[in-house]
Design a protein around this ligand. Structure first.
Ligand SMILES: Nc1ncnc2c1ncn2[C@@H]1O[C@H](COP(=O)(O)OP(=O)(O)OP(=O)(O)O)[C@@H](O)[C@H]1O
Ligand SMILES: [Mg+2]
Length: 266
């Protein structure tokens, strides 16, 4: 017998995130970004709460990467402001981590040295670097590859190195731009769980961009659905399903369908 689909009711579900007060980590106010005459982000207003995993989903080319680049301070804003911990966002502050779609490993460093790289930049004591790098290499299953160079790795292993490097630095705000898009499905599931575990343990705030609606419902505390560009926020979906989440849970399927309906770009 097929179980009856349930309407997800946030009030009726346990929400571990709701037990902690909702401090604001990132405040986005009237954010507008144009490239010349091309308006990409159109007066966005939202917050990212401290310790939450926020997923941003939206059609190709709507401005998701542009938003992350504004958040890091790499791109100047056309109007509005982005505050991180009450201050103007800047990549120079050093407690931001990024994982991009493209490979960002350093070709002339071994896997071990790639993972240690961010910690060395931060002038972390050598004994702490050793302990953290060894721990994270084990966690993400990279130990057997630690002496190899990126050119000797598959695309998915290479991406795992980039992830390990960010996890090792323990950023308090982690920006992820389709980080798992190139990975095989088993590794993607594994690293989605790993991201949650590390995020909960370290209290990291994560802004995670993805095209993959199932991935968003699996990972997110909250999902923001963006429109085609010029991007505005079409819908906010709070996901309070208990963890570990199951793809075949009728409530999971109902939320996935809700997000899909909000997007409707195919
Ligand atoms: N530096 C730039 N100069 C001019 N136009 C740009 C620049 N960067 C992005 N754009 C344009 O802004 C729009 C949004 O691009 P962006 O890469 O942010 O989209 P996206 O949502 O990340 O897309 P995808 O899902 O394909 O990754 C696109 O039309 C793109 O061509
Ligand atoms: Mg993008």
């Amino acid at each position: 017998m097929t179980p009856e689909p349930q309407t997800p009711d946030p009030a009726k579900r346990s929400n571990p995130a709701a037990k902690t007060p909702k401090a604001v980590k990132v405040l986005v106010r009237n954010l507008t970004k144009s490239f010349g005459s091309l308006l990409v982000l159109d007066n966005l207003n939202f917050v990212v709460y401290a310790g939450e995993l926020l997923c941003l989903v939206g059609p190709t080319g709507c401005g998701k990467t542009t938003f992350l680049n504004c958040l890091t301070g790499f791109l100047p804003l056309t109007a509005g402001e982005i505050l991180v911990d009450g201050q103007k966002a800047s990549f120079k502050k050093g407690d931001l981590g990024f994982v991009f779609q493209e490979s960002s490993t350093i070709p002339w460093l071994t896997v071990y040295d790639n993972v240690a790289f961010g910690l060395k930049i931060k002038k972390t004591p050598p004994e702490v670097i050793k302990e953290r790098v060894e721990r994270i290499l084990t966690v993400v299953g990279l130990n057997p590859f630690k002496d190899l160079y990126p050119r000797e790795l598959s695309a998915s292993l290479d991406q795992r190195v980039a992830l390990a490097r960010e996890f090792a630095t323990q950023p308090n705000l982690l920006l992820m731009d389709e980080p798992y898009g190139q990975l095989d499905i088993k590794l993607r599931y594994y690293l989605e769980d790993e991201l949650r575990r590390i995020q909960e343990r370290e209290g990291t705030t994560v802004a995670f961009v993805t095209h993959n609606i199932e991935e968003a419902v699996y990972l997110a505390d909250r999902i923001l659905v963006l429109t085609q560009k010029p991007a505005t926020i079409k819908e906010e979906v709070i996901v309070t399903l208990p963890r570990p989440r199951r793809f075949d849970d009728p409530s999971f399927v109902a939320i996935r369908d809700q997000v899909t309906a909000a997007i409707q770009w195919w």
